[in-house]
Design a protein around this ligand. Sequence first.
Ligand SMILES: [Zn+2]
Ligand SMILES: [Zn+2]
Ligand SMILES: [Zn+2]
Length: 690
Amino acid sequence: MAKNLVIVESPAKVHTIKKFLGSNYEVMASQGHVRDMPKSQLGFDPENDFEPKYITIRGKGELLAALRKEVKKADKIYLATDPDREGEAISWHLTHALNLQDKKVYRITFNEITKTAVKNSLKNPREIDMDLVDAQQARRMLDRMVGYKISPLLWAKVKRGLSAGRVQSVALRIICDREKEIEQFIPQEYYTLDVLLDAKDAKKPIVAKYYGDTSGKKDISDKESLDNIMSDLKGADFNIASIKRGTREKKAPLPFTTSTMQQEASKALNFSIQKTMSVAQQLYEGVSVKGHGTIGLITYLRTDSTRVSDEARAAAEQFITGNYGQEYLSAPVNTGKKNNGKVQDAHEAIRPANIEMIPSEIKESLTRDQFRLYQLVWKRFVASQMANAVYDTVSLNVQAKNHVFTASDSSIKFDGFMMIYVSADDEAESKTHPLSKLTEDTKLGFNSFEEKQHFTQPAPHFTEASLVKTLEELGIGRPSTYSPTITTLLKRHYITKEAKNLFVTELGEVVNSIMEASFPIIVDDKFTANLELLLDGVEEGTVEWKSVVRNFYPDLEKAVEVAEEELAKVEIHDEVTDVICEECGRNMVIKFGPHGKFLACPGFPECRNTKPFLEKIGVPCPKCGGDVVIRKSQKGRKFFGCANHPECDFISWSKPTTEKCPKCGTYMVEKGNKLVCANDDCRFVENQNK
Ligand SMILES: [Zn+2]
Ligand SMILES: [Zn+2]
Ligand SMILES: [Zn+2]
């Protein structure tokens, strides 16, 4: 009997697939990559047209020997690594590492680990797609160039062990920019004015918002304007000028891609990006489900496509019509934007492998996290194939003298997809609809005003979810890179996470400022986005991979040379302070640790004294007159505090100054090139004289 060998990436799949294929198939796992460029060197030769040098990854020798033994016994070899660039590259490396050139070798891919999908893949084998492999090779080499060429410079300038990364450094810059923007943001005062109006038959008053006057929209930017409007309206009649009724459709969502799944799981389930990917991996590789054995519950988790296969659509049609009724089915087919190129056509959205695996029915076979993520994927997919929701809408123009107020209201007419899925972004709709009964003749009676002072808010801090969204919008991220990029930044202590917000650490700031000064191209998002497009071009067969590498390398080399020269000019010394080491009497120096600057004794190693570095900013504490110093929260976020802590509890996110507010006498803080009063009720702004 013919013997076949199937090689997959992950050991978790071996058992499942073996069971699907029966005794004629031996299934083994490569356990990820088997070959890579050597760690100790760049790994390719710029003098020899960038030919990469690959060696067996340390520790993989035994595994390869075991694989070779099985290869000898097999007539046909099926390479079944993951269906993306990286998987293709692993298959290609396997053909070399296992000397498969003279063997009958077939590349097979399946988007889901189910019996049907795996068996079908065997009927549709192909050759290794070198375009995919080359896109992966080019990415690896570009990443390596940046890492291997720039990291040593960071070591020399800041501290050993730091790293730069092609995508990681742009992401860090984007976070730093946002932090700067927030730090320098000056809130602007504005007011809103609501009028509560009584209408006949209405249980609650109608709330209409100030819009402007009959000539157009007006903002209320100070208290005086507000008071003028209110006094002008004293005793005025409020009349309905117009009522508009209509309907509005709310579109069913698209099925998940990697990025949207990460964002939604973060918002709805409070999962970190890394956790989402690890749980999704389990769901994809196979879970033991009571009565079904081990099966893959969702399709491949790294994808930027929203395409839905014809089979999956047909199954969804049957499920929705059978369970909810014909009117709940979307028409035409909701497959989302058609991605161009052969690449995406082969890919699919993330969806349940079998729609009949209803989350609540298999709950007891899943862990809590698996269940919650599976339910999210399942509901999102079913919703994506359902009809849009429809709302009845009413909008109202109310006039009093020449002032205009507006009110609007909507009520659900047909729930459509919302019957099973409401995204975390959608606010709960109000249940009462006081506007529904109004006509243009309805008499309104003035009840009261509700006026409110507001201040404009800065852009929010990045969260993992919003960073992924931004990276995708800028064209920087790819499904396989979002999670590793964020994980690396956190692991290196360049950023820190407090609650859900991401903050830059002191170390991150230092690394970013060096990158911005010496390698502006590397941290330029347009440059990085363009490089990603070129890699997509390689995958599609329209760009030659070595041309990407050839064009990139000289620019990088030159930038590194210049940076090295600059570095040689400025001798790097540890900054000496006036703090005396109490153990040996030497002046202590400033060092960089994972949590930012600290003081160390230069007598190391015979004196190992270290202590926290309290950097004085030369401003007395507004509370107690002590020194204001730069401090860090437990997670590494920078703030200004008092050296007399804990006796004095003064803290400020913005840098305090010695200036006093001319209006209220409170101390002022720096915001960009302006001084702002620290008193929340005053917020006086003064342009700094420079
Ligand atoms: Zn000492
Ligand atoms: Zn103090
Ligand atoms: Zn003030």
